[in-house]
Design a protein around this ligand. Structure first.
Ligand code: ATP
Ligand code: MG
Length: 230
C-alpha cells in the first residue's frame, strides 16, 4: 500500500495510444509540486481528459511513466491509488438517496456534523437547508431537484469530506447563473487548498487562479506558465 503521500506528480515523456499508431499524447512532461494546481486547457481532442485518465489509472501509459511522490503509479494498486485521489467529473455523479448520503458517499464513518461542515465550507449548506427536508431530502440520479450549479457544490462537499491529497476536477461546462458561479469560485478555493490538483478548466476564473496553465494541442504541450506569463 501507498504510504501517506504528499502529492508530487510527474509525467515523464508520456505517450498514450487508445488505438495503435494514433497517439492521443505524444511525449508529455509535467511536474506538479505538492499543493499546486494545474489547469489543462486546449481544443476538443487535444488530450486533456486523457491526462486525467492516466493519472486515475483508467488506462496505463503506452510509453513513459507517471510518478506520484517518485513511485511509478503502475506499482501502486488501483485501490490504494484511488483512495488518495478525489475525482469530480463533469456530470457530477448523484445517486438515488438523500442529500446527506450523497455527500457521505464512501465515508461511512462521517458524522452528520462533519457532513454539514463540509457543506458549509463549499457554500452548499444554504441551498440544502432550503430544500423541503434539508439534508434528508431525497434526490434521484436523473431527477431535477438540483440545478447543475447545486450538483457541482454537492460534489465539492463530497470531495472535501473525502479529503484526498490529489484532486482531479473536470469542470462543468453548463451555464450557471452569476450568483452560483461566485459560490463555486469561492468553494473551489477551499477545495483546492493544500491539495495537488489537475483541473480541466473551462472557466476563465478557474484558469486565472491556477498555479500553472498547460495548453495542449494535438497531444502535445504547446505552452505553459501562469496566467500572467501566457
Ligand atoms: P474535450 O475537450 O472534447 O473533452 P480532450 O482534450 O479531453 O477533449 P481527449 O478525450 O483526451 O481530448 O482525446 C484525445 C484524443 O484521443 C482525441 O483524438 C480523441 O478522439 C481520442 N480518444 C479519446 N478517448 C478515446 C477512446 N476511448 N477511444 C479512442 N480514442 C479516444
Ligand atoms: Mg475531455
Amino acid at each position: 500500500p501507498l504510504p501517506a503521500i504528499t502529492g508530487n506528480i510527474q509525467f515523464k515523456n508520456v505517450v498514450f495510444e487508445y488505438e495503435k499508431g494514433r497517439p492521443a499524447l505524444k511525449g508529455i512532461d509535467l511536474d506538479v509540486r505538492q499543493g499546486q494546481s494545474i489547469a489543462l486547457v486546449g481544443h476538443t481532442g487535444s488530450g486533456k481528459s486523457t491526462i486525467i485518465n492516466l493519472l486515475s489509472r483508467f488506462y496505463d501509459t503506452t510509453g513513459g511513466s507517471v510518478l506520484i511522490d517518485g513511485y511509478d503509479i503502475r506499482d501502486i494498486t488501483v485501490r490504494s491509488l484511488r483512495s488518495q485521489i478525489g475525482i469530480v467529473l463533469q456530470d457530477t455523479f448523484i445517486f438515488s438517496g438523500t442529500i446527506r448520503e450523497n455527500i457521505r458517499f464512501g465515508r461511512l464513518e462521517a458524522t452528520n456534523q462533519e457532513i454539514e461542515e463540509a457543506a458549509k465550507a463549499v457554500n452548499a449548506h444554504d441551498f440544502i437547508t432550503k430544500l423541503p427536508n434539508g439534508y434528508d431530502t431525497q434526490v434521484e440520479e436523473r431527477g431535477n431537484v438540483l440545478s447543475m450549479g447545486q450538483r457541482q457544490l454537492l460534489s465539492f462537499a463530497r470531495a472535501l469530506l473525502a479529503n484526498p491529497r490529489i484532486l482531479i476536477l473536470d469542470e462543468a461546462t453548463a451555464s450557471i447563473d452569476t450568483e452560483t458561479e461566485l459560490k463555486i469560485q469561492e468553494a473551489l478555493k477551499v477545495l483546492l487548498k493544500g491539495r495537488t490538483s489537475f483541473i480541466v478548466a473551462h472557466r476563465l476564473s478557474t484558469i486565472r487562479s491556477a498555479d500553472n496553465i498547460v495548453v495542449l494541442d494535438h497531444g502535445e504541450i504547446k505552452e505553459s506558465g501562469t496566467h500572467q506569463e501566457l
